[in-house]
Design a protein around this ligand. Structure first.
Ligand code: PEP
Ligand code: MG
Length: 582
């Protein structure tokens, strides 16, 4: 404190304000080499392992000494538990045994033993023991880093009220961190507005600034950060006056938020009676209470692949069935759209090795392509969905469809699973609407044909924009080109809506564009029947919709689409919004 404040600028990952202490993390996974040893090398390898254990222990002692004088003394006990693991025979002796017996290097042996122990923990009923898996990973990571000679970050359990600062975070890391309930914000060097880390943060109403370039180098552990997720800025160690203003703004925003929630039970109907259904996007069951509290009329997108991240083996049919059943029951008869797995891209299942990763994952074996290439995984999910269908109002949709053949293929898998379950005497719901996520330019262009065979559309603008403008949605260097109001995007959206209307099927939007009030008028004009978004966005969009008329919106859209550049369209739309709602 005291020095002139540093201001970091990035991109809005998740809106809102947060004040907290920086907690720096390096979550880039350490590489684990695999070597075979000669008999004569075994002794030296065991010594190397012992030294890595000793170094790990010394580091933990050091971290403990430092935190016990600072804010985080509560975590000393956890560090002590980590130290005990470094002496535990189940870990140490097993690694030694593998090195000696199988003549493998110590890093590899550590990973193998940990995999076995994780598996044992998985099968233990006691939740406490199952929770210990992450401790095991922390300890193993530290030992492996010491073995390969990589720097070890002083990783302790995240303290209460922390703002995580990292070079990059995987969606799984973000989710795990949020589960601790101790994180109030995120700042990452990498990432764009619709990267999945940002989406997870938004779902949990946790402010985040992404794409803040060198934040993880500029911020020091324990720095006080005033994070403005909406504006994409972070004040580092703000002076007293700035801090006081920030606190006042936080209090004012909280009051606004409370006021907006008063509209929870009102319908989103325009002044001239056009009704739009507002639903929620979700990744984890824990998000449902918040979605309901914000007035979600259903689930418009359940990103089921999040259940597959951060674990070695995929969830089996039973586990998935229980999850889908729980969502349907929790929504009490409100419609629930469950998307089949969108694995691939930046959502890599836990068991996939780095060497197996694709060169260009966004264009690779992702989503419906992944499922059609891994039929066993796909069928397991479809069976679980069909079994759960009796517990509520289920719709199924397929992600990243690029052509009609994929839709037909996916539908026929669904029908095959239905017949199979029928033969097994399993009860299932009646006709389940099957939809297509329109998120590739290819699907947008053949929307008229897809509409003949799909029961509904849901537009995934995060991907549609990514693929239309050819910008990696994770890459902050091209984030400036991410323009929902690009004429190509507007034309695609209008075309998709027209195709849906002509075929008489409902059309929804579940990409991030749906939750941004600045676009609501245009989406109303195009005729979207449903918008699905994060909990924190529902009230704002609803308030907006209730204050405008569709007739007015249609005129505005026509005029906006006369312009040619995204900047011109943005300027025009913003000016018109200002004029109406100043
Ligand atoms: C989208 O692409 O807009 C979408 C909703 O799917 P995801 O963000 O999970 O790719
Ligand atoms: Mg998508």
């Amino acid at each position: 404190m005291g020095q002139s404040p540093l201001v970091l600028t990035g991109i809005c990952g998740s809106p809102g304000l947060a004040l907290g202490r920086a907690y720096l993390m390096d979550r880039r996974k350490v590489r684990t080499p695999r070597n075979r040893l000669e008999e004569s090398q075994v002794e030296a390898e065991l010594l190397r392992f012992r030294e890595a254990l000793e170094r790990s222990d010394a580091q933990l002692v050091d971290v403990k000494a430092r935190i016990s004088t600072g804010d985080a003394h509560d975590h000393a006990l956890i560090l002590e538990a980590h130290r005990l693991m470094l002496q535990d025979p189940m870990f140490v002796d097993e690694v030694r045994k593998l090195v000696a017996r199988d003549r493998v290097n110590a890093e590899w042996a550590v990973r193998r033993v940990v995999r076995k122990l994780r598996h044992m923990f998985d099968n233990v009923q006691d939740e406490y023991f199952r929770e210990r898996k992450s401790d095991l990973d922390f300890v193993a990571d530290r030992v492996v880093r010491n073995l390969v000679g990589e720097a070890v970050d002083e990783e302790v359990e995240v303290p209460e009220g922390a703002i995580i600062v990292a070079h990059d975070l995987s969606p799984a890391d973000t989710a795990v961190l949020l589960k601790t309930g101790r994180v109030v914000g995120f700042v990452t060097d990498l990432g764009g507005q619709t990267s999945h880390t940002a989406i997870v943060a938004r779902a949990r109403e946790t402010p985040a600034v992404v794409g803040a370039v060198r934040a993880s180098e500029q911020v020091k552990p324990g720095d006080l950060l005033a994070l403005d997720g909406t504006g994409g800025t972070v004040l580092v160690n703000p002076p007293e006056a700035a801090l006081a203003t920030f606190r006042e703004t936080m209090a004012a925003r909280a009051a606004e938020e409370r006021a907006l929630l008063q509209t929870r039970d009102l319908q989103a109907t325009s002044l001239d009676g056009f009704r739009v259904v507002l639903k929620g996007n979700m990744e984890f069951l824990e998000e449902i209470p918040s979605l309901l509290a914000h007035g979600a009329e259903g689930i418009g997108l359940f990103r089921t692949e999040f259940m597959f991240l951060d674990r070695e083996a995929p969830p089996n049919e039973e586990e998935q069935f229980e999850a889908y059943k729980a969502v349907l029951e929790a929504m009490g008869g409100r419609p629930v759209t469950i998307r089949t797995l969108d694995l691939g891209g930046d959502k890599v299942p836990g068991g996939v090795k780095r060497s197996e990763r694709e060169h260009n994952p966004a264009m690779g074996l992702r989503a419906i392509r992944y499922c059609l290439a891994h039929r066993d995984i796909f069928r397991t999910q479809l069976r679980a969905l069909l079994r759960a269908s009796i517990y509520g109002s289920l719709r199924i949709m397929f992600p990243l469809v690029s052509g009609l053949s994929e839709l037909r293929e996916a539908r026929s898998e669904l029908e095959a699973c239905r017949s199979e379950l029928g033969r097994e005497g399993v009860r299932m719901g009646g006709r389940i609407p099957v939809g297509v996520m329109v998120e590739t330019p290819s699907a947008a262009w053949i929307a008229d044909r897809l509409a003949q065979e799909a029961d509904f559309f849901s537009v995934g603008t995060n991907d549609l924009i990514q693929y239309s403008i050819a910008i990696d949605r994770q890459n902050q260097d091209v984030a400036y080109l991410y323009k929902p109001l690009h004429l190509s995007v507007l034309r695609s959206l209008r075309h998709i809506c027209q195709a849906a209307k002509q075929a008489g099927i409902p059309v929804a939007m579940c990409g991030e564009m749906a939750g941004e009030p600045a676009y609501t008028l245009l989406l109303l004009a195009m005729g979207f029947d449903e918008l699905s978004m994060a909990a924190g966005q529902i009230a704002g969009v609803k308030q907006f919709l209730r204050r405008v008329s569709r007739a007015d919106a249609v005129g505005l859209l026509d005029e906006a689409m006369q312009f040619s550049t995204a900047e011109e369209i943005e300027r025009f739309v913003n000016a018109e919004l200002q004029r109406r709602f100043a």
